[in-house]
Design a protein around this ligand. Structure first.
Ligand code: C2E
Ligand code: CA
Ligand code: CA
Length: 437
């Protein structure tokens, strides 16, 4: 990694574009710094600028840089933040920063900057040139020296080289929640489902009493040919936006059910169910067909449902879940304790288990109040004949505590992260196994 810490002799202003140089930009950002502030920055790089210079000549390259600098400056001059700057920090690389600024706002601005830099540029011979910008976004942590943020951005930009389809990326690898690339993902998704880019990982679940393997939760991923692995939350947000949620869920169910049918008995499979799935008229028939097609005994399948999936119409959801229970599948209320818990759900829904959110498990080994809450929930669940699964178990102390308090099963990085299907099958083949719940 090349740390872009500039020698102190660099001029304050870049001679070609008139923008600040790197030294001046970093000093300015340091002046903005205040505890709790919200400084965002980005590096915009013209991809393959050296090749552009070779192909069109350095005069054309210089002309294009000046044009990009003008466009970025003009856009930032109209931006609503109190403080903002544009600097040139390398050949075809610009640093843009502003404060105060929220994450979403910064993404929107970055999207517009990418659009401006990628727009047509008239060349000296009456032709039109196009540059391909790539952007990495970041936020200055409290007390972080600005040069370190620049280092993080530079590092991320270098590693984004293999991802040409992604114009925007956060330095920590996150994809933007809004903006251009999100729209592209929405457009890509239907084809991705067809092309088999959706994959399912399996996170092992264990018996709290004796550590035996009880099954796995299926967790979806998108193996995007340009962007690499995209996580479940982004995937489902994109699917929700583009109306492909039920098609996606259907594909995931098939991808998960088939291998699960081949796991050693009595290992179980947990599938996540969305509000859109529950609302679909053919959900039940489709699931029944998928279970039958795979040949998995319905008792080995648990559907994980979140409260958000149920709130729209509780009576309708209860009827739908009743039919599912009649199929013989188990039902668990997922993310229990993460939001507002409506205890009525526990009374009216034909549930078999509760899945404690990670936030309920996090502090139990240290904080007596967290432990008291867990104890209360387990007591209530026991009285209602519900089995409790603890999620997000990361330490041995947490595992000991949830086992002592009566949770039936657990999953978390302490046991294993989500695994590829084959890796899970290997684990299952060499493990002692136990029934779910
Ligand atoms: P969830 O159902 O609560 O899934 C558990 C999430 O916690 C998973 O993230 C898992 O990788 C992560 N996790 C597991 N153990 C640990 C741990 O010890 N520590 C920490 N910090 N995290 C842990 P993932 O796979 O990114 O899924 C996020 C959410 O996306 C899921 O939350 C679920 O709501 C949704 N999702 C994932 N796959 C599917 C799917 O196939 N269908 C539907 N409808 N939703 C899905
Ligand atoms: Ca889940
Ligand atoms: Ca959960």
């Amino acid at each position: 990694m090349t740390m872009p810490s500039p020698p102190p002799s660099l001029p304050e202003r870049d001679l070609l574009t008139g923008l600040r140089g790197p030294d001046s930009a970093l000093r300015r950002i340091a002046q903005w710094q205040a505890p709790g502030g919200s400084i965002h920055a980005l590096l915009l790089r013209i991809n393959r600028f050296a090749s552009f210079n070779m192909a069109f000549g350095t005069a054309a390259g210089d002309h294009a840089l000046v044009e990009v600098a003008t466009r970025l400056s003009r856009l930032m001059a109209g931006a609503p933040m109190c403080d903002r700057l544009v600097a040139r920090v390398g050949g075809g690389t610009f640093l843009v920063a502003a404060q105060p600024c929220g994450r979403e706002e910064w993404e929107r601005l970055a999207d517009e900057l990418a659009r401006q830099a990628g727009g047509p540029i008239a060349d000296c011979n009456g032709g039109v040139l196009y540059l391909r910008p790539g952007i990495v976004l970041g936020r200055l942590e409290d007390g972080e020296p600005p040069v370190r943020l620049l280092g993080r951005l530079t590092h991320a930009l270098e590693h984004a080289d293999g991802r040409p389809g992604c114009p925007l990326l956060w330095a920590d690898g996150a994809l933007p929640a809004g903006g251009h690339s999100r729209r592209e993902l929405e457009a890509d998704l239907p084809g991705a489902i067809e092309r088999g880019e959706i994959a399912v990982l399996f996170q092992p679940q264990f018996s709290a009493a004796d550590g035996r393997l009880t099954g796995a939760e299926a967790l979806a991923r998108w193996r995007h040919p340009q962007l690499g692995l995209i996580g479940a939350e982004t995937l489902f947000a994109v699917a929700g936006q583009s109306g492909y949620e039920t098609a996606l869920s259907r594909r995931i169910a098939r991808l998960a059910l088939e291998p699960a049918a081949g796991w050693p008995q009595p290992l179980g499979l947990s599938l996540n169910v969305t509000a859109a799935d529950l609302a679909a008229a053919d959900f039940l028939a489709d699931l029944r067909a998928a279970i039958g097609g795979a040949g998995l005994a319905p008792e080995r399948l648990t559907l994980e449902i979140t409260e958000q999936s149920l709130v729209l119409d509780l009576d309708r959801s209860a009827r739908q879940l009743g039919r599912l229970a009649e199929l013989g599948v188990r039902l668990a209320l997922d993310d229990f304790g993460a939001g507002f818990c409506n205890f009525r759900y526990l009374k009216v829904l034909p549930l078999h288990g509760l899945k404690l959110d990670r936030s309920m498990v996090e502090g139990i080994a240290e904080d007596p109040r967290d432990l008291a809450v867990l104890r209360g929930i387990v007591a209530m669940a026991t009285a209602l004949d519900l089995s409790v699964t603890a999620e997000g178990v990361e330490t041995e102390a947490q595992r000991t505590a949830i086992a002592r308090e009566g949770c039936a099963t657990w999953q978390g990085f302490l046991g294993a992260p989500p695994l590829e299907g084959e890796a899970f099958a290997r684990l299952a083949a060499r493990s002692r196994v136990a029934p779910v719940g």
